[in-house]
Ligand binder design. Structure first.
Ligand code: C2E
Ligand code: MG
Ligand code: MG
Ligand code: MG
Length: 303
């Protein structure tokens, strides 16, 4: 009871609490206004919400493999608000349902456009973050399936990123949703792997195809022997289970080198690129431009 600690304490407690609650309500109200309006053709436009794309590359060569779609909110008066400041509120208030559907649709639409224009290769994939609450919606597999059909995108080039908590608290509905989506043919990876409490058993019990090693363990590589042991263990375990591994938050060539030695094949991080808007992504990473010109005098190899 804060009140019994004296009026001064009460006031301090009350005002900071009040401020926090108010901040959350402000965000909720503004987020509601930022929600994309659905248009008659089923597409949805939002002047405030955008997706940025961060390349996922082959760790040794830096060659483009896929990209993670990350939501961006450009607030009319407050400017950019990071997802960490509004996604949890969207989860609590249920707004995530609408936001999540928009993220899914917009990322699949963008992927279809890149595929059509030859900007990306046939195997290039887009990873989409799916929050725990979305996975409790039994309609999600159908929504995903029709989105893919609408844009003519094959399921094998879509990856869903789920959190460890989803596997730990999984309900019958979530289990069924995950199973149906995996059956559809999309891949499912566990994001921020190692930060929760999941064990090998969880990975085996759920239809996941890979893990993303949290950047907390990537940070210390080359300096902290313990981080190296954790990454080594995760890599060994994943390879035994036939799971793919992406290292996230790769910032330095040292980290890249240690990861490659440990057998990690894929990476994502500032070393290669920050998350960037789709136009810039197309310019910088286009498959149309990455075909290297043959050096003069090189033998012509029949293909
Ligand atoms: P995440 O899915 O683990 O995404 C990776 C985060 O690491 C991104 O932060 C990215 O900008 C950041 N990052 C990338 N490379 C580096 C690096 O080299 N160093 C460091 N320090 N950070 C790096 P961001 O965009 O702020 O997103 C934060 C989290 O918000 C995401 O973490 C994800 O959990 C959530 N989120 C983002 N977009 C969505 C979305 O569309 N739906 C849902 N449900 N969650 C989202
Ligand atoms: Mg992610
Ligand atoms: Mg992550
Ligand atoms: Mg993360």
């Amino acid at each position: 009871q804060a009140k019994s600690e004296g009026p001064g304490k009460w006031t301090m407690f009350d005002s900071s609490m009040h401020q926090r609650v108010r901040e959350r309500v402000d965000i909720e109200v503004d987020l509601r206004k930022a929600l994309p309006a659905e248009t008659s053709d089923g597409s949805a436009v939002s002047p405030q919400l955008h997706l940025a794309y961060q390349p996922i590359v082959e760790l040794r060569t830096g060659g483009l493999l896929g990209a993670e779609a990350l939501i961006r909110w450009n607030h009319p008066t407050r400017g950019a608000i990071p997802p960490g400041a509004f996604i949890p509120i969207a989860e609590d208030t249920g707004l995530i349902a609408k936001i999540g559907r928009w993220v899914l649709r917009e990322s699949v639409r963008q992927l279809a456009e890149w595929r059509r224009t030859g900007t990306v290769t046939d195997d290039f994939w887009v990873s989409v973050n799916v929050s725990p609450r979305q996975l409790r919606d039994p309609h999600l597999p159908d929504v995903l399936a029709s989105t893919l059909t609408d844009y003519g995108v094959p399921p094998r080039v879509v990856v869903l990123e789920i959190t460890e908590s989803v596997m730990i608290d999984a309900s019958a509905v979530t289990d069924e949703v995950l199973r149906q989506m995996r059956e559809l043919g999309v891949r499912i990876v566990v994001d921020d792997f190692g930060t929760g409490y999941s064990a090998l058993g969880y990975l085996r019990r759920h239809p996941v195809t890979g893990v993303k090693i949290d950047r907390a363990f990537v940070r210390g590589l080359g300096v902290d022997a313990e981080d190296e042991e954790i990454v080594r263990a995760v890599t060994a375990m994943s390879s035994a289970l036939g799971l793919t591994v992406v290292a996230e938050g790769v910032e330095t060539p040292t980290q890249q080198g240690v990861l490659a030695e440990l057998g990690v094949v894929m990476g994502q991080g500032m070393l290669w690129s920050a998350p960037i808007g789709p136009a810039r992504f197309g310019e910088r990473w286009s498959a149309l431009r990455s075909v290297p010109a043959l050096p003069p005098g090189s033998p012509v190899v029949p293909s």
